[in-house]
Design a protein around this ligand. Sequence first.
Ligand SMILES: *[C@@H]1O[C@H](CO)[C@@H](O)[C@H](O)[C@H]1NC(C)=O
Ligand SMILES: *[C@@H]1O[C@H](CO)[C@@H](O)[C@H](O)[C@H]1NC(C)=O
Ligand SMILES: *[C@@H]1O[C@H](CO)[C@@H](O)[C@H](O)[C@H]1NC(C)=O
Ligand SMILES: *[C@@H]1O[C@H](CO)[C@@H](O)[C@H](O)[C@H]1NC(C)=O
Ligand SMILES: *[C@@H]1O[C@H](CO)[C@@H](O)[C@H](O)[C@H]1NC(C)=O
Ligand SMILES: *[C@@H]1O[C@H](CO)[C@@H](O)[C@H](O)[C@H]1NC(C)=O
Ligand SMILES: *[C@@H]1O[C@H](CO)[C@@H](O)[C@H](O)[C@H]1NC(C)=O
Ligand SMILES: *[C@@H]1O[C@H](CO)[C@@H](O)[C@H](O)[C@H]1NC(C)=O
Ligand SMILES: *[C@@H]1O[C@H](CO)[C@@H](O)[C@H](O)[C@H]1NC(C)=O
Ligand SMILES: CC(=O)N[C@H]1CO[C@H](CO)[C@@H](O)[C@@H]1O
Length: 859
Amino acid sequence: MRISAYLATWLTLGACALGSSQSDLPWPAIPKPQQSKSAPEPVNVYPVAVKFGISSDAADNTNALSLTFSKIGDTFTLDYGIAVAGQPLFHVETAEGNPQIEVKYSEAFPGLLNPQSDGPFAFANALAATFRVETYEIKEAGDLTGYFIQGSQRWQSIKMISGKKLVIKQAGFVSSVDQSPLDTFPGYFASSNSTYTDIWALGPRTQQMSCYTPGSQHSTWDITSKGAYIRGQKPASSTRAINLKNYTLSFETMIDRGGTGWRLDTEIDAIQATGPIFILTSEYPAGSFANIDRTLVPPNTLVLGRGWSLQNQTSLPGFVLDKFPLKMNVTEKEWHTILTESPGDGTYTVYLNDQQIAHFNIGSYGLGDPNPYKPGGVYKGFAFGPWQDQAAWVRNVNVTLKTGVNVYSNPMTSPDVLVEYGVHANDQYTCSDAGKRDRYSWLGDRIVSSQVVMVGTSQGEFVWGPANEAFSRQIASGEVPCNTLFSPLDAEGSVIRTTNVDPLLVDYNFDFMQIIYDYWLRSGNDTFLERVWPRMVMSTSWAMSRALDEETQLYGAPQGKRGIPISGEKGQALGPAETVSMILALERMAEMANHLGDHAAADFYKVQAKLSRTAIDTLLWNATAGYYASTIGATGYDMIDIAQVLLANIGSKQRQAQFTDKLSTLRVPAGYINGTRYMDTPGIVNPYYESFLLQGLAVTKRTQLAQDLLDATWGPMVECDRNYTGGYWEYISTDGRYPGLDLFTGQTHFWGSYPTVFLSEYTLGVRPTRPGYEQFIFAPLPGFKTEWVHGRVPTPAGLIYAAWGYNRQGKIVMEITAPKNLHGTIVPPFAGQYTVGKERGRSGNYTFTGGEKLILRED
Ligand SMILES: *[C@@H]1O[C@H](CO)[C@@H](O)[C@H](O)[C@H]1NC(C)=O
Ligand SMILES: *[C@@H]1O[C@H](CO)[C@@H](O)[C@H](O)[C@H]1NC(C)=O
Ligand SMILES: *[C@@H]1O[C@H](CO)[C@@H](O)[C@H](O)[C@H]1NC(C)=O
Ligand SMILES: *[C@@H]1O[C@H](CO)[C@@H](O)[C@H](O)[C@H]1NC(C)=O
Ligand SMILES: *[C@@H]1O[C@H](CO)[C@@H](O)[C@H](O)[C@H]1NC(C)=O
Ligand SMILES: *[C@@H]1O[C@H](CO)[C@@H](O)[C@H](O)[C@H]1NC(C)=O
Ligand SMILES: *[C@@H]1O[C@H](CO)[C@@H](O)[C@H](O)[C@H]1NC(C)=O
Ligand SMILES: *[C@@H]1O[C@H](CO)[C@@H](O)[C@H](O)[C@H]1NC(C)=O
Ligand SMILES: *[C@@H]1O[C@H](CO)[C@@H](O)[C@H](O)[C@H]1NC(C)=O
Ligand SMILES: CC(=O)N[C@H]1CO[C@H](CO)[C@@H](O)[C@@H]1O
């Protein structure tokens, strides 16, 4: 495989950029960060290999990156070497006979073999392409740029589907993410074992792929004087006319290409999508895209669907319920009026230009009914969005009750439509779960990755920014939404959309308090803490009122206010994992309250945390079997419970040891599988849970288990094969051979990224003990197997440079240089005596103040 300059820099920064060797020390000199070349204009990214046909075979790639299509069906595979993101870009040299191309994007190579590639991603309208297959018509030579951002892909295919001849000199992307090379970041880590160097580097790259600066994720709708111009995408909802019964939605639409689409009575930003999907197709005039799926969306037809889209995608079911062929031709480039009546009993009647074209009861199909066990989604409304490769204008939208009262009227020509429908460019720093999908800002999923941000790029704006974004949607109850759109929202949109995710993932509000604590500990940013403190108190109070089961003092989520269980059985008290999330949030709230001088509040948080600690230890411990049960009276245990018990130091050391022994029963080649309570697809390893476990093993100094887990779960992600993306994966198969959740798997996914922190804070061993590293320790995990590690750890006062390794005599040597005024404690990872400078025969901890380099040698 050829390696591009960018990729080469990216890959070699760790182990290969070794700098000068130092004769008396086991490790090469620790490099300084490189000056970052500021690149204000968008950066273009190009493939590292191009191959005729669909092939992941990197061999035989001697020709240039130019693509010559001489007949219909000619196809090229483009390999970018690592996952990239942005608007597709084609430098067209020759275009004869109006060529059309079908372009596919996929993180995993097998996506290219699929008609719908690795999509569609219809979970959220997420300021990116919903569909992973796009069609372009190329009228002339010159540069052509796609409209939508494609959120993450390593692989691309381009197939000519009509036309005579096409030469694309180069295809690529106008990057929508930061492309700064790794060596420009303050954080750094390398090891004699390049596997660890490479694993660490997954962190900053995953951040680049999933964290976005304001304005970088552009709007997916265009507002024009003719109305909203909407290309094929997940329909976006208004929150202005909700939960109506017995009403008519009317609007005018002009199809630019292929068709137009809308939904009614569908859950807004929820984890269900049960209202009807309507796609009205055009007559497909001459010149229409040659690859239209005329079975799925025949011409002159109203296609009725339900669920997330008209296609299935792993855990997002889609249904085609019916197709209503029209007796008339649906013309393009002409205005049509569409009325949809919804009396509220499940029947719908659709009129096109005053003629009835469909009448049905959605329940009669028996597919895609609302799931009463899925929480949230009480607010329903209407939405607009055509199908793949279609585009249409929408204007003069009205909602009128049967009584004649008009409750919504919008010409759709004002720019504030974008905020109303949640499709405005992001105006805050935001972080997605992953580059390609679930492009929502998920609150608790950042509990691990926020630490990675601080340890790697030290770009605190990607922690306080998304935190501000989350707080800007906090509602009067105190709830901070467990997930939210990247688009700015007005107050009305915030109230509806935030309420609509209640009571889903209440524990994410607790995790959010930990995220802020973890940020504060590493940044010492008191200004931020003081500003958000009142909101943190509100959020904690809301989560406590929702989650604490007073009878047991466990996280119990007695039941949602609407009688919906949050998870598990109705009213059932849950087990250690969520309770620990609550305990840690309360204890960290207590620490921050004390720092801010609110000692009374601190006491309340502490006492509550203590009650819940005791509850886990007394109510859940099964003494005969030696484990903490998943719930009261339950038999069986969960990996995540083991992780959380270790992480929060619950119970005695002896109980922890017995519980940890259970891990062996959950072992698979790629790590540990979940226990019985979680909704994970069986037979999948979840790096998010493994992250908690890795941290739990680290804080309790279980080095061997920690290192084994690191190797098992994350080692496969740095194998340089066709599944490599340069980013962390969302899931991994139990055998560690491939991304675990089929083509759906996010492969630049930030939630399970703990190894970057683990390697800096426990392998290298530098971590703060007081906010802003004012006090910190240099405490490598004893017994970690490597010859040497070295790295840089960013602090508000500057960089800490640290290294340790074995000399020729097999003795440990440690080096540290810290900024002035920082107080460090070296905790040697060995028991015997050591020498620092002229001080010989010392043992135990060694405290020092920063300012000069210290070398500690085991005697
Ligand atoms: C590097 O670490 C990996 C994972 O533990 C291990 O498989 C490999 O043998 C190590 N390489 C060396 C040279 O120690
Ligand atoms: C999606 O899967 C469900 C369940 O397997 C099935 O009922 C439905 O027909 C599928 N939808 C499509 C569009 O194939
Ligand atoms: C629809 O268009 C076709 C030509 O594309 C024409 O033959 C037919 O008469 C039209 N039908 C109606 C109902 O206008
Ligand atoms: C809808 O409203 C009309 C007029 O007020 C009424 O006659 C009809 O029963 C209502 N339909 C339903 C399903 O409530
Ligand atoms: C609907 O609303 C638009 C703009 O808000 C208005 O101009 C138009 O007259 C209304 N049309 C109908 C048919 O109700
Ligand atoms: C502290 O956080 C605020 C955001 O609330 C940010 O503007 C500021 O730059 C941060 N300060 C430091 C020193 O990071
Ligand atoms: C303890 O665990 C064992 C084995 O899983 C189970 O049979 C027993 O019922 C449990 N005891 C209690 C009190 O739950
Ligand atoms: C990559 O992932 C695929 C599944 O998507 C799997 O079949 C294959 O074994 C993995 N490894 C390689 C080297 O392709
Ligand atoms: C050394 O420091 C560590 C971390 O702060 C602490 O846990 C340990 O008790 C200290 N050891 C001694 C002997 O003071
Ligand atoms: C080891 C174990 O308990 N695995 C479970 C993981 O979760 C799935 C789905 O709930 C169960 O089927 C497995 O048994």
